[in-house]
Design a protein. Structure first.
Length: 292
């Protein structure tokens, strides 16, 4: 029989080894998930060499916590430029004020240094009465009269014509653009964005347009449209690309690098319906890569 002291030392060594093993396992449990996350980001984060801006259509009512994913992204990515399209009711709504939930939410957006808030206006491919369009622009302009912290920085004109044949009046788009430029209540940079819903004709270039959405469609459609998009003559700083229905597990870094070669203003989502009415599971990864 071994001496008690020798048995005690052996037991102490076994106990020490057990504690070390438990400690190693605990460290692995803590580190492994973070390591997997970092590996995932590194595997997909093809660094975006071109300047980029998130263009976010935010078409959901600001109920409690509804906009929190956006506010969290703004706080966590202070150097990432974000342009937020606010849409109260297919435009600014019929009232002078957008209502207290919007007042609080827009004020919070405008407090961020890296955010531009712009208003949504529908044109119905230039068939909507231009007086109604200009009235919507004026309503957004008057938000600054209600409260200086509510001022928008531009207008997003949705459903604009994609070629000259669609124009109901030759000066329609130039006149709506001019309404933004002349609105004292719309603060700089008075950004004017047109969204024709499809690849526009290169001949359609209304004066005063800062950005045109040259693509707004699914991931599959984007893959089939890359050659046509590359053929457009404008600079990437004047274009936006918006892609929805991005497959789960897709390398977002690689996709965003491709998108950023043709456009500065980008948006993508894995959602295949209600694209602009909620934040999809790809939102955090998208924002993280845009800030890389």
């Amino acid at each position: 029989m071994e001496a008690p002291q020798k048995l005690q030392r052996r037991a102490q060594r076994r106990s020490k080894r057990t504690r070390i093993c438990i400690g190693v396992v605990a460290i692995i449990i803590v580190i492994l998930p973070n390591a997997i996350t970092c590996a995932l980001l590194l595997s997909e984060s093809t660094r975006l060499m071109n300047p980029v801006t998130i263009l976010l259509p935010l078409y959901t009512y600001p109920t409690k916590n509804a906009w929190e994913p956006l506010f969290n992204a703004i706080d966590q990515n202070p150097s990432t430029n974000i342009t937020v399209i606010v849409n109260v009711d297919s435009g600014p709504g019929g009232e002078a004020s957008p209502g207290s939930p919007y007042v609080s939410a827009v004020r919070r957006l405008n407090a961020a240094q890296n955010v531009n808030t712009i208003g949504y206006v529908r044109t119905n491919y230039s068939s909507r009465d231009i007086d109604l369009v200009i009235r919507d622009v004026a309503t957004y302009s008057r938000w600054s009269d209600l409260d200086g912290t509510l001022a928008v920085s531009g207008i997003f004109f949705d459903e604009t014509p994609h070629d000259l044949q669609q124009l109901q009046e030759p000066s329609y788009l130039a006149d709506t653009n001019r309404a933004v430029e002349n609105s004292a209540g719309i603060r700089d940079p008075k950004l004017v964005i047109h969204n024709p819903d499809t690849i526009p004709s290169a001949r359609l270039s209304p004066p005063g347009t800062d950005v045109t959405v040259i693509f707004e469609n699914s991931f599959d459609a984007f893959q089939n449209s890359e050659a046509a998009l590359e053929a457009l003559p404008g600079s990437r700083s004047s274009y936006s690309i918006m892609v929805h229905s991005v497959p789960s597990g897709k390398n977002l870094g690689k996709l965003l690098r491709t998108m950023s070669q043709g456009a500065e203003y980008l948006f993508l989502t894995s959602a295949d319906e209600g694209f602009y009415e909620h934040f999809s599971g790809s939102w955090d990864r998208f924002v993280s890569i845009m800030g890389s």
